[in-house]
Design a protein around this ligand. Sequence first.
Ligand SMILES: Cc1cc2nc3c(=O)[nH]c(=O)nc-3n(C[C@H](O)[C@H](O)[C@H](O)COP(=O)(O)OP(=O)(O)OC[C@H]3O[C@@H](n4cnc5c(N)ncnc54)[C@H](O)[C@@H]3O)c2cc1C
Length: 500
Amino acid sequence: MNSSLNAARRSRELAEAGDLLMDVLVVGLGATGAGAALDAASRGLSVAAIDAHDLAFGTSRWSSKMIHGGLRYLAKGQVKVAHESAVERGLLLRHTAPHLVRAQPYLLPLTPAVSGGQAATVMTGYRLGDGLRMAARTPRRLLPGPARISAGRALSLAAPLSPNGLRGALLSWDGRLVDDARLVVALARTAASRGARILTRCRALELAGDGARVRDELTGSTFAIRARTVVNATGVWAAQLDPDIRMRPSRGTHLVLRPETLPGLRAGLHVPIPGESNRFALVLPQSDGRVYVGLTDEPVEGPVPDVPQAPEEDVAFLLDVLNSVLGVPLGRQDVAGTYAGLRPLLAAGGRTADLSREHALLTSGSGVVTVVGGKLTTYRRMAEDAVDRVVALGRLGAGGSRTARLPLIGAGAVQEAGAVPDRLRARYGSEAGAVRALMAEDPALAEPLPTGITRAELVWAVRHEGALDVDDLLDRRTRIGLVPEDRAAALPAARAALAY
Ligand SMILES: Cc1cc2nc3c(=O)[nH]c(=O)nc-3n(C[C@H](O)[C@H](O)[C@H](O)COP(=O)(O)OP(=O)(O)OC[C@H]3O[C@@H](n4cnc5c(N)ncnc54)[C@H](O)[C@@H]3O)c2cc1C
């Protein structure tokens, strides 16, 4: 079946949705829900998957975009979770999304603030992380091992570092997504290619084990979707649909810097947080040249907002930590944008939760299966577990998960490789040639917008990636919107793409 998502397909499938009895209804189209839709559809089950807003509207677009090897879990003694994370990283790199996940080098600069003992402890951790890579059978050619490097080499990889007192750096490697929202779009489209009905702008008002009352947010009309089983994958909003669930969200803030702000930064940085022995801020260079700096961890009380805001105290904190390793300190005026996301953490002591891994499955009295917590990295495993649970609950008679070896849209060989710019290849994989063809048809579509995105990519997003309005285009199909000035500059092009 066709993988293209667009307004016409949405209308068609929405019109049919009320008349059908689906095997699985998935609520929420972040990485977890889109992953669950794909897992279920690829087992041959009939699937409807809805989101109140857009694909990747929630936490899944506010991540650090790292595909973790599980080192942080190892540090907490959670060996099983660490291994699972490393395995999932390997699957993404090798089989499912090699076009969207890259190996990224990171440096921990050995400044006077890092003692010899601390450096040795961190290096031991990196070696254990490399052991996890080996245990997960991810070849070293995809993720090189750690090394201690000289100050000269560190400065050649990260020119903005201060050379004063720099003894060298610890070099390590981990996975990085070209864009977290693009992973979700690829998951949703791959699910659609297996027959899943992907319906954005459809809010679940009430859930039960046999379906949901749904409101089409574009028209205001309400209708029912009937299903044999229901997965609640609404992340930090999960408790709004099941009052027995209690969430304890935690805010993580990132700064967004323009490419010219830290010239010569070719590696990411782990920056020790002053006064803490084992916490680091992250400096994360992106494929589009921008650099993100994160990451805070602050408990948040009260109602969960649609779009969390980054408070100024988080911005000041991150700037302070970053400046502790830079040759030329940055000021508030150098911060071109900010974003914040809420970690979907489950409050302990609620209902019986399967907390043996970092994510949890909870089954409500009416049979709704909520899958929550975890990480972007482990979305596939979360999806598999959730679908296993509903298959058993609904006696759906489907086999086991098939997603471990199922390439996502774009994962195949790149056609016309020679003619296609690397930037397009990195974002579209095997579809890059088709995006390029749009520019050949109409050279005006080759015009670049902020971050190098072309008008053709906006048109592609409308035709094939389910973008319905300018917000979808600027804030999720592309990330132009992370810098407000860039967003304003690209707004006319986004409007034009919708009318093209
Ligand atoms: C700051 C930060 C950095 C992170 N960095 C990383 C990282 O580098 N690597 C990593 O692996 N993980 C990272 N994580 C964790 C990861 O981002 C999340 O665990 C993951 O994205 C959660 O995805 P999800 O699909 O469960 O939830 P979400 O992405 O939040 O999706 C939930 C969806 O449900 C929809 N929804 C809500 N209510 C309704 C309703 N009533 N009806 C229909 N739809 C509804 C929302 O619109 C939303 O799209 C980070 C998290 C944060 C906060």
